[in-house]
Structures are given as C-alpha cells and as structure tokens.
Design a protein around this ligand. Structure first.
Ligand SMILES: Cc1cc2nc3c(=O)[nH]c(=O)nc-3n(C[C@H](O)[C@H](O)[C@H](O)COP(=O)(O)OP(=O)(O)OC[C@H]3O[C@@H](n4cnc5c(N)ncnc54)[C@H](O)[C@@H]3O)c2cc1C
Length: 123
C-alpha cells in the first residue's frame, strides 16, 4: 500500500468551516475586511444539510415595530423555553443583517425580503 499522501497547501486570510447559510454569510462578510476567504465544507456549499431545506420565512423585527410585543409573542409561543437574551439579540441584530442581504440582492436586481404581516398574532 502506498503510504505517501499528497498535501495541498492553500494560503488564505480566513477559513470558514461549513458552507450552509451561516457559513456563506460569514464568508461574504469576511470578504468586506480581507482578500482571501476559504470555505471548507463537508457538503455542497449553500445547498447542504439544514440550509437545503430552508422554507423562505424570516422573522425580521423592523426598527418601527414594537420590540416588547415581538418579545412577548416569541416567548409565549415558545412556552417560556426560549433563552430570552438570545431572543433580544435576534430582535436587535436580524434587521441590519437582513438589510445587508437585501443590499447584496439589489446588485443583482433581486429582492429578498418583503414585509408580510399575515402570520402575526399580536403585533
Ligand atoms: C424543514 C426546514 C425548514 C426550515 N425553514 C426555515 C425558514 O423558513 N426560515 C428560517 O429562517 N429557517 C428555517 N429553517 C432553519 C434553517 O434551515 C437553519 O437554521 C439554517 O439553514 C442553519 O444554517 P447553518 O449554516 O447554521 O447550518 P447548515 O445549513 O446545517 O450548514 C452546516 C454546514 O456545515 C457543513 N459541515 C458539517 N459538518 C462539517 C464538518 N465536519 N466539516 C466541514 N463542514 C461540515 C455542512 O456540509 C453544511 O454546509 C428550516 C429548517 C428545516 C429543517
């Protein structure tokens, strides 16, 4: 048996492990601050594991939305099992991330997010 192994060395500024939605987003953001970004992924980049099944819905709390009502609804629907610090973080940080995605999409004449109030109970 041939015990020699060929090793390819790749030089890069940042390595992102995982090519799902989170990894792809992280890689794109990393490109804002450096030249070389490498995604190392077990499955197909952008189309593997959970991200391959994404249904297309997103909870985006807009700045003019009532954050307390959002918090109340998410926590009540989650039967008080949610980590409320994470819910708070989500409410504060998802909007700018969504806008960033939309900005990228605009460059390709696409639109990702449209506001839809139909599935809301209290807010
Ligand atoms: C049926 C279904 C519907 C959903 N609908 C929605 C929705 O409508 N809206 C919404 O916001 N969310 C939805 N979700 C949740 C959403 O899909 C996940 O939260 C999201 O895709 C997770 O992305 P991720 O990048 O963190 O993980 P993943 O998509 O799981 O990506 C993980 C990546 O890591 C790679 N990997 C794994 N192990 C290794 C390893 N050892 N070395 C290198 N790479 C590795 C995989 O190949 C993959 O590329 C849904 C989930 C499911 C299952």
């Amino acid at each position: 048996m041939d015990k020699t192994r060929q090793v390819n060395q790749i030089n890069t500024d940042i390595v992102v492990v995982g090519g799902g939605a989170a990894g792809c987003f992280a890689a794109l953001r990393a490109r804002d601050i450096c030249d070389e970004v490498l995604i190392v992924s077990k499955g197909m980049v952008g189309l593997s594991t959970s991200s391959a099944t994404l249904g297309g819905g997103a909870n985006v709390c807009f700045p003019d939305d009532d954050h307390d009502l959002w918090m109340q609804e998410i926590v009540e629907r989650g039967e008080y099992l949610n980590d409320q610090e994470w819910v708070k973080l989500q409410l504060e940080e998802v909007y700018p991330l969504a806008m960033k995605l939309d900005q990228w999409a605009t460059e390709y004449q696409l639109k990702i997010f449209e506001k839809d109030n139909s599935n809301m109970e209290t807010r």
